[in-house]
Design a protein around this ligand. Structure first.
Ligand code: SF4
Ligand code: SF4
Length: 108
């Protein structure tokens, strides 16, 4: 899922340089995250760097951009290898995403 910045943002400027995808930029009043670029840091780090560093915890998941981990990986590969060549981009920190992250099937 892409993340979003709420209006609790105090424009402290610390998250923007931490984003490996250049997804964070100053908007009209507060910082914003471009959902086309945010991979939740998948492919770069184990945890979202902006969330880690934000002093006011104003960066939740964006409910308008719910994405599975494998979709985030595809986005990461597009961003790091825009020429195409699917599957050739080497993951930096993680193995291929697990096939099933959904809740286990209900029994009985
Ligand atoms: S989660 Fe990662 S990719 Fe998304 S905006 Fe934050 S730092 Fe950038
Ligand atoms: S770290 Fe948090 S408070 Fe600071 S600019 Fe980024 S979103 Fe806003």
């Amino acid at each position: 899922m892409a993340l979003m910045i709420t209006d609790e943002c105090i424009n402290c400027d610390v998250c923007e340089p931490e984003c490996p995808n250049d997804a964070i930029s100053m908007g009209e009043a507060i910082y914003e995250i471009d959902p086309r670029k945010c991979t939740e840091c998948v492919g770069h780090f184990d945890e979202p760097q902006c969330v880690q560093i934000c002093p006011v915890a104003c960066i939740p998941v964006d409910p308008a951009h719910v994405e599975t981990r494998s979709v985030l990986w595809q986005k990461y590969e597009r961003l790091t290898n825009p020429a195409g060549a699917a599957g050739q981009a080497a993951p930096l920190t993680e193995e291929a995403p697990p096939l099933a992250e959904a809740a286990p099937l209900a029994q009985g």
